[in-house]
Design a protein around this ligand. Structure first.
Ligand code: CMP
Length: 709
């Protein structure tokens, strides 16, 4: 029933009821909603879950309504859910607060009268409210449920009691440990890792599908606060931990304890490499740590009993290392060939792979330079210098976009070919030449005379299938770590560039501009047909399970490509296309209605709720709308510090990890559904020729339907 009601209405319905009447499912809906409210982003999961019981809703129909007056006694804390309010101090408006902001906390916290009068600034303003009693109680409880572990008087680990099980693994964990009811909120990086080893590892079997969420969160996010070499160093020191022996009798106990420490380390490394797969072995630090650990285990086996299990486990790690080494040693592949995604984009891209990049000089002559994807701007300049026998003057690497914008790369920038905009050109020039660089004619993309589309001749189902397969391949290559590098700042991870993510994002832009370009360049006779075709493709790519049964011939279950759905819908919603009233008027009403439904999916209100609702229902694998994932991560990153008081803010890492987990789940079961029917994507699908210059798109649009007076 819950899912059949419009999400907006559902949420308001639930929060209009008294807390005790809200069912567990309803509380989950409210909790989910609260996780996206800016004013609550600093609060822990537990506090938000508690708030879900107490938040109520207050609605004001007209702008100008007084919410409360200055000097009144404070009763509620308010969060703006919709609309806006004016904050009026002594008759003067001091600020406007909007969706996601909160007010009214001062009076509650300090037990003082209201410091301002609050008046609604927009019609239909809606607030979430928490009364003073619960507000104080929850804040008080936050402290009561927090355990602070100290070393020499300083906080080293802050734990929070978890009433609600965070995951099956936690519930079932039989490491019989008092810590199990606690989740890490913050801590020194080493302390967090030690806590992982001591509370979450012992009970784990070799089935890594049952990993404790805390271990998983640590592995998925440690790059943000503890580089791999620090993790390995700590693991090494933990491996060699010798327990304190109080008496002679306790020798056996301490031996067991010594072996247990070693076992934890090996088990942790086993989980780590099973989760990260090739990316674990791609990192020279973790790769060589496996061999180092193996040597220690061999040595210890001679002097300690109970090492067999550890030996088997390290053996399994080494076997997967050997398998991965074969992949890592593969022949370098071509990723981008003069800007075109190659037929078999490697999966994943390795640093040794190559882009055949066209390099331009200031006089517009050019040459093709094969560049390893991990080369820096400085190295590309140096390679060009050697190739062209330039003198020793300092060179700059400059991207010139189709709209004339210029971007000068800094010498240490990497992954340059994969971050270039669609119709950009890459120049190697000296500093004085930079002002002279202008876009060339061919950067405008195809023109009505050079463009000959065969799109209307290809079956929509075939196109949808081809797009899906190609994007699945790009998604499969992309690891969740790349999302982390992108959000935290790729310059902090020079060894691990998000090449695969670059291609996925680039592809999104490409498909978006493709749909706009194809409509604008279509002949008068074909335009409506092509518009229909794009809407048809997008609809096929978003079919849900129910429809699958009705459309079994479309094998819609295999076409869940939300990246393309969004790209096409955004492409067709571009002003240059959306203003073509005469074209849209010729669409059959049913197709027009379908398009409105697709546009609804793009609706950004309530934090893209329509999209989130859709993905909560569709089965994996599917291709997610990656720009939205990056936006969510950015929101978390900017709204929460990674460290406070010298401690890692692990609540933030839990939030990151939740998104990474979803991203990884999108790819799950991929092999079963698609491998056997892989079809080489057609060159039409790979090599989309597009116009990405906004000015030209608008000009073309006016050419089709002139401005009305
Ligand atoms: P409170 O005093 O409870 O009620 C009025 C609220 O307005 C106050 O809490 C703050 O949350 C909010 N507010 C925002 N800006 C100001 C400001 N400049 N002066 C006073 N209150 C402000």
């Amino acid at each position: 029933l819950l899912s059949s009601i419009a999400p907006e209405t559902l949420f308001l319905m639930i929060v209009s009821k008294p807390g005790f009447e809200r069912s567990p499912e309803e509380l989950e809906v409210v909790y989910e909603e609260l996780t996206f409210i800016k004013a609550l982003s600093h609060l822990s999961t537990m506090v938000k879950r508690q708030l879900a019981n107490f938040v109520k809703v207050e609605q004001y129909i007209h702008a100008g309504s007084v919410v409360f007056r200055q000097r009144e006694i404070g009763v509620y804390w308010y969060i703006v859910l919709k609309g806006a309010v004016e904050v009026n101090v002594n008759g003067k408006v001091v600020c406007i607060l909007r969706e996601g902001d909160d007010f009214g906390k001062l009076a509650l916290v300090n037990d003082l009268p209201r410091a301002a009068t609050i008046v609604t600034y927009e019609d239909d303003s809606i607030f979430l409210v928490v009364d003073k009693h619960h507000f104080n109680q929850i804040l008080h409880q936050v402290e009561a449920n927090t355990v602070r572990l100290k070393d020499y008087g300083e906080d080293v680990l802050v734990l929070e009691k978890v009433d609600i099980p965070r995951g099956a693994a936690l519930e079932n964990s039989n490491s019989c440990n008092f810590n199990c009811g606690y989740s890490v909120m913050a801590g020194k990086a080493e302390k967090i890792l030690e806590y992982v080893l001591e509370t979450r590892i012992d009970a784990l079997s070799d089935d890594i599908s049952e990993i404790d969420l805390f271990v998983e969160d640590f592995i998925l996010t440690h790059d943000a606060f503890m580089p791999a070499n620090t993790v390995c160093n700590f693991l090494k020191s933990y491996y060699f931990r010798t327990p304190y022996r109080a008496t002679r009798d306790s020798i056996t106990d301490s031996c067991t304890e010594e072996v247990r420490c070693k076992k934890r380390v090996v088990q942790f490394v086993y989980i780590w490499c099973s989760m990260l797969k090739i990316n674990f072995f791609l990192n020279p630090v973790t790769n060589s740590f496996v061999e180092e650990l193996f040597c220690h285990v061999i040595d210890d086996r001679k002097r300690l009993g109970g090492m067999e299990e550890i030996m088997t486990r390290i053996g399994a790690i080494r076997t997967s290392r050997e398998n991965m080494q074969l992949v890592l040693a593969r022949h370098p592949a071509i990723v981008l060939d003069c800007g075109v995604l190659s037929a078999r984009t490697p999966c994943p891209i390795l640093p040794s792979d190559v882009c055949n990049q066209i390099i331009y000089l200031a006089d517009t002559t050019c040459f093709v330079l094969p560049i390893r994807v991990d080369k820096t701007a400085e190295e590309i300049c140096e390679l060009s210098r050697r190739r062209m026998s330039f003198s020793a003057e300092p060179l700059k690497l400059v991207e010139v976009k189709s709209n004339g914008e210029k971007l000068i790369f800094s010498p240490t920038d990497r992954a340059i070919p994969t971050v270039l905009s669609l119709n950009s050109k890459l120049y190697v020039v000296n500093r004085e030449e930079i002002p002279m660089l202008v876009p060339m004619e061919d950067q405008n993309g195809p023109t009505p005379t050079t463009h000959s589309s065969i799109l209307h001749l290809i079956d929509s189902q075939e196109l949808a299938h081809q797009l899906f397969l190609f994007h699945l391949q790009l998604l499969r290559a992309t690891d969740s770590n790349e999302l982390l590098y992108q959000v935290i700042g790729r310059e902090s991870f020079p060894q691990s560039m998000p090449f695969n993510l670059d291609l996925l994002v680039r592809r999104f832009n490409e498909v978006q501009h493709w749909s706009t370009t194809e409509i604008l360049l279509a002949t008068e006779d074909n335009r409506v047909e092509i518009l229909k075709k794009f809407i048809h493709i997008a609809t096929m790519l978003v079919k849900n399970e129910t429809e699958w049964f009705e459309n079994i011939f479309y094998r819609a279950r295999e076409y869940r490509d939300l990246l393309t759905v969004f790209a096409i819908t955004l492409g067709l919603s571009h002003t240059s296309v959306s203003r073509l009233t005469l074209t849209w008027n010729k669409l059959p009403p049913a197709t027009f209605k379908t398009f409105s439904e697709l546009e609804n999916l793009l609706d950004p209100t309530r934090n893209h709720r329509m999209y989130r609702l859709l993905v909560s229902k569709i089965a994996t694998p599917y291709i997610p709308f990656v720009p939205l994932i990056l936006k969510d991560l950015m929101f978390i990153h900017q709204g929460n510090k990674s460290f406070y008081n010298g401690l890692v803010n692990f609540e933030k890492m839990h939030m990151f990890a939740k998104i990474f987990r979803n991203f990884r789940q999108c790819k799950s079961h991929m092999n079963d559904t698609t491998d056997h029917q892989y079809v080489e994507p057609q060159s039409l699908i790979r090599n989309l020729r597009v116009i990405d210059n906004q000015k030209i798109l608008i000009q073309l649009s006016y050419g089709i339907e002139p401005k009305t007076a």
